[in-house]
Structures are given as C-alpha cells and as structure tokens.
Design a protein around this ligand. Structure first.
Ligand SMILES: NC(=O)c1ccc[n+]([C@@H]2O[C@H](COP(=O)([O-])OP(=O)(O)OC[C@H]3O[C@@H](n4cnc5c(N)ncnc54)[C@H](OP(=O)(O)O)[C@@H]3O)[C@@H](O)[C@H]2O)c1
Length: 182
C-alpha cells in the first residue's frame, strides 16, 4: 500500500529553518504543536512514524530521542553509525517507506517527514507528499538551512490565529497539495 506523506516544519519569514545544525529559536508552543500533531492517532494501539535526516537526529537532545510514542526512522548513508534498537535506519526515503510497510504497516497511522533541509527538499518532490503542517514565525533569523518554496504546488487549507510568546509572533497553517511540479 502506498501511504501518503506529511511534512511538519517551522519556518521564519524567509523560509529559514535552522542555523549551525540546530533550530534558531526556542518556542515551547511550537514544540507542543509538533508533539500534538505527530503523536495524535485516531485508533488505540496505532502510532505515527517520524522520518528525519541524520543531522536532525543529531540535533535532538539525547534525553528526548528517540521521540517517544512515535516510530523513529533515520536516513543515513553511513553504515558505521549505531542507533538505539527501536530506531529504523534507512538508506533513502523510498527505503524508509518500504521498511515501514514491511515491518510495521499494521501499527502505523500516519507518516511525517520532520526535517531537515535535505530531507524536506526530497519529500516535497514526492507525489506521496500531500500535506504540510507549517508553523510561520513572523521574524527573520540568521539561518543557513531553508525550506523550499512550496506555494505553487500547495494550497492553504487552515490557518490558526496569531500566538505571541517570548517576543515571537507565530501561527499554524495546514496546506494540501494542489498539483505536482515536475
Ligand atoms: N525548523 C524546522 O522545522 C526544522 C526541522 C528539522 C530540522 N531543522 C534544521 O535543519 C537543519 C538540518 O538540515 P540538513 O539538511 O543539514 O540535514 P538533515 O536533512 O537533517 O540530514 C542530512 C543527512 O541525512 C542523511 N540523508 C539525507 N537524505 C538522505 C537520503 N536521501 N538518503 C540517505 N541519507 C540521507 C545524510 O546522512 P549521513 O551524512 O549520515 O549519510 C545527510 O547528511 C538543522 O539546522 C536543523 O535544526 C529544522
């Protein structure tokens, strides 16, 4: 079965997502939103999967990883790296999706790509990628990692009100794919 992919990301006004391997901001309301969206399931006994690049895995503090109550999938080309036993290692996005289907298809409800830049670039081009959960932060940060422009291929479906926290203003949007760019 081909399962659809969801992306969850937080961007600044210039689509910046990271700097020096970490998030340039610390917004607890967005962390909670990330947790809520990626952990929410409609059926008891199911879980969502989160797929991330190895650098995003590295950026998560050790005490928080693997991300709890989610199936963690890490993409790397380095066969010498070792991860916790529960973590699924994949050599690419297609391999990740196939491994999920082969090993835990019955258990999984949704699949989220959670970063970083390399993986977002790849996932956005995938026709299976149908939904984007985007936190827009109304500031410009000094970033060296960016989310690609997605406005041509995706349509806004919902937008929350603005939230102000620790000097930042941000809001949550959901976008759905309207067509596939070649
Ligand atoms: N704002 C947000 O929502 C958000 C979310 C997540 C991350 N980020 C930020 O994004 C930045 C990291 O992004 P990044 O692009 O540098 O790194 P990344 O995408 O997290 O990880 C890149 C690594 O993943 C592996 N990889 C990626 N694509 C692969 C593929 N197709 N097949 C096999 N392996 C693959 C490779 O690992 P190996 O080198 O081990 O082979 C590659 O070096 C950080 O600043 C982070 O804080 C922001």
């Amino acid at each position: 079965m081909k399962r659809s992919l969801n992306i969850i990301v937080a961007v600044d006004q210039k689509n910046g997502i990271g700097k020096d391997g970490v998030l340039p901001w610390n917004i607890s309301g967005d962390m909670k939103h990330f947790k809520d969206i990626t952990m929410r399931v409609s059926e008891d006994g199911k879980m969502n999967a989160v797929i991330m690049g190895r650098k995003t895995w590295d950026s998560i503090p050790e005490r928080f990883r693997p991300l709890k109550e989610r199936i963690n999938v890490v993409l790397t080309r380095n066969k010498d790296l070792h991860f916790e036993e529960s973590v699924i290692i994949a050599s690419g996005l297609d391999d990740a999706l196939k491994t999920i289907e082969d090993h835990c298809s019955d258990k999984i409800e949704k699949v989220f790509v959670i970063g970083g830049q390399q993986l977002f670039n790849e996932a956005l081009k995938d026709p299976l990628c149908e939904s984007l959960f985007v936190t827009h932060i109304d500031n410009v940060f000094d970033c060296d990692a960016f989310f690609p422009d997605f406005n041509r291929a995706f349509t806004l479906k919902s937008k929350s009100g603005s939230i102000i926290e620790a000097g930042y203003t941000y809001y949550f949007c959901e976008y759905k794919r309207s067509f596939l760019e070649r």
